[in-house]
Design a protein around this ligand. Structure first.
Ligand code: FES
Length: 186
């Protein structure tokens, strides 16, 4: 049954805690996942090679594909997404995942035309305020070392936890890249 574009899921189809199952809703098969009181409905086809996500498993809130285990999806909407606007125009975005009292700040970006206008700082403030309201006493963020993002994070009280070096080989040359991961209490 559909009401205003929403489809009802029968209680018998709701998976057990920490489980996922394939359910036909409105003529379409979805992967229905349950984490605590939260339910998530995702496309049942894995974006990698079409594996049936409804037959996968949930680990720490992430739905893992049963075929190769590469694809991880936010199983029950645990990732909050943010859109920053300046004068009504989308200027940047970011996300945050909260689990076990820890906020993971992820995926922040600012549109080039809006750089150096406080978009990152505003996004940090909004996410840290939400993390505090959600009961978090710790937050982590990953940034490139020496970047403006690292400066912004450290200005907001993050400390450097560790620096990770990533080595990659390109055809005939080698390149060294590294990134850092500051973290501190909210
Ligand atoms: S089909 Fe899902 S990880 Fe490959």
């Amino acid at each position: 049954m559909s009401v205003d574009g929403w489809h009802r899921v029968e209680p018998v189809d709701v998976p057990g805690e920490g489980r996922v199952r394939s359910v036909v809703v409105g003529g379409r098969t979805v992967a229905l996942a349950r984490c605590g009181v939260r339910l998530g409905a995702l496309d049942n086809r894995c974006p990698h090679q079409g594996g049936p996500l409804g037959e996968g498993s949930i680990e720490n809130g992430w739905l893992r594909c049963p075929w190769h285990g590469y694809a991880e999806r936010d199983a029950a909407g645990l990732v909050q997404r943010y859109l920053a606007r300046l004068d009504g125009v989308p200027a940047g975005g970011g996300s945050m995942r909260v689990a076990d009292g820890i906020a993971q700040l992820t995926g922040a970006g600012t549109a080039p035309a809006f750089r150096r206008r406080g978009i990152q700082s505003a996004q940090l403030s909004a996410r840290l305020a939400d993390a505090t309201a959600a009961g978090c006493d710790l937050a982590v963020i990953t940034v490139q070392p020496g970047s403006k993002s690292q400066q912004n994070a450290q200005r907001r009280g993050f400390d450097l936890l560790y620096t990770r070096a990533v080595l990659a080989r390109e055809d005939s040359s080698r390149r060294l890249a590294s990134d850092g991961e500051p973290a501190s209490a909210v």
